[in-house]
Every structure is written in C-alpha cells, then in structure tokens.
Design a protein. Structure first.
Length: 288
C-alpha cells in the first residue's frame, strides 16, 4: 500500500498534495490527521498520512446448477437463473449537525479540519453532572494546607518556610520563602506548578473538602500576574484592531483566571476558554 505524509495549511491542501505526489485521484486516498497546530490569529498547520486504498476483490460467481436428470422435463419455474447483482448501497447523507451559537464579534480564527473518525469508534452520551456546591475556605483549612506543605518540605530536606496568605473563595494562597525557595520555582514556574498540583491531589484525598491551595515562591506569582496582564492587554489591542480572535498558549486554570480578570472590563473584547486540560487555552475575541 502506498503511503505518504504531508504537512500543509489545511486537510484539503494536504490531500491534494498527496494525490499529486502519489499520482492518483483524491477519491482513492484514505486520509488520517496526525497532528494539528493552532497559532495566534488562526495561523495553523496540519500533518496527515495519505494511503491508497486497495480495490475491493471481485465477487465470486455462484455455483452452476446441477444438470437435469434424463427423461424429466425441466419446468420454467424450476429453472435456476443467475442471481442479479445486488445494487450498490447509496451513500447515506449525514444529518446536518446543529449549529452552535456564534461567538460574538470578529472574523474569527480559521477553523481546523475535523479529524477522521473510524466507524468502530463508539460515541457515549454525556452524563448529566450535578452542580458542584460552592466551597469557601476557612482559616482552619489554611492551617491544614500549610501543615501539609511543611510536611512535604521537611521530607524533601529543603530550607523553605511556608505560611498562610490570602484566602479567596475556595483558594488558600501559601507563601514560600527561604534559602531553597528558588529551587521550588524553576523555569517559568514549572516546579512550583508541579508542587501545587501534588499538594492539591494529596489534600483532595486527605481532607476531601473542595479547598484548593495556590503556592507562591519568592513572589513569583505576583510577577507572573503582572506579565500575563500586560500580555493579555497587548493582544487585546491587536484583536480589537484586526477584528480577529486570538488563541493564547495553554495555561493552567489559575493563570487563565488572571487573563479573564485582566480583560473583564476591556471595552469591545470578550474572553472564553476552549480545549481540554492540560491544553486548555484562553481565546480573546472582538465584540461588535
């Protein structure tokens, strides 16, 4: 089977290029999307694998009827005729999917081509979820989380102090400082985010109260919030000028909230999130 991988701006362009490279018609190609990338202001690319489908085997002819015994007449009703070939099934037209309400404003980003879905894939109906009750953290919850973080720091033999900071809704902010605090931040806060994730996993199993911790080492979160606010404002200016949506890089939930909050009062701009964790992203869109 002839196979080729092509990278292009869209599935249609990739399919056309694959057909030309293989010297066949697009109708005999099986195209599978391998990778899609989305960039700022709809600049995207797609990598596909195209295969030439093999022709179906010829139908097997039915066996010849046995010869009539001598001395007996064969009636017309008893005559065995070759069965007529079964008609080819007509393609079933898929019902048009219900259109989602358009997001407010702008030309929007270029839509990515949908990935091919195998016929064997099962589609599960989404199960209704009960609304999650509101959780409000208390000072006692803050003390529990602080004790948990200190336990982890002691086990890691790190010279870092942990103390309870601000409490907002279900979130308790814990401040980390000391000789080894810089090691807990890491490049772009990766170590701090990983430790925060670990603390919340342990706290969820140990306390099961819905309270979440946010960790801040050497005032990194405040500096990161300032940088994200400036970035969001700069991109919002470009979105308003271009009239097109912009898709930010994937961010953790608490950083996405910073972007939403920074642009909540920005005139002519709206924000929403799309995608699944850990690749969920903020979209900045113009409003008419």
């Amino acid at each position: 089977m002839q196979t080729v991988e092509i990278t292009a701006k869209s599935v249609q362009e990739a399919t056309k290029a694959a057909a030309e490279k293989l010297g066949v018609s697009k109708d005999v190609l099986k195209v599978t999307v391998l990778e899609e990338t989305k960039g700022l202001f709809g600049k995207s690319s797609v990598r596909v694998r195209a295969e030439v489908e093999e022709a179906a085997p010829a139908p097997v002819a039915p066996p010849e009827p046995p010869p009539a015994k001598p001395g007996k007449k064969t009636s017309k009703a008893a005559k065995v005729e070759d069965p007529a070939p079964a008609p080819e099934p007509e393609p079933v037209a898929a019902e048009p999917a219900a259109k989602e309400p358009a997001k407010k404003g702008g030309k929007g980003r270029a839509k990515a081509e949908p990935k091919a879905v195998e016929a064997t894939d099962a589609v599960d109906e989404p199960k209704p979820q009960e609304p999650e009750p509101d959780v409000v953290a208390t000072s006692a919850d803050g003390e529990q989380l602080t004790a948990l973080v200190r336990e982890l720091l002691t086990a890691a033999n790190l010279q870092v102090n942990a103390k309870t900071g601000e409490i907002a809704g279900r979130y308790v902010n814990l401040h980390l400082d000391g000789k080894d605090a810089a090691f807990l931040v890491g490049k772009h806060g990766e170590v701090l985010n990983a430790m925060q994730y670990l603390v919340n996993i342990i706290a969820g199993r140990r306390f099961d109260n819905g309270v979440r911790a946010t960790l801040d080492g050497n005032d990194y979160r405040r500096r990161r919030e300032d940088a994200l606010t400036q970035l969001a404002t700069k991109i919002a200016d470009q979105v308003k000028q271009r009239g097109e949506e912009a898709l930010l890089d994937a961010l953790p939930a608490f950083e996405r909230r910073i972007v939403h909050k920074a642009l909540s009062n920005y005139e002519g701009i709206s924000t929403y999130s799309e995608g699944e964790e850990p690749n969920r992203r903020v979209v900045i869109a113009p409003v008419d």
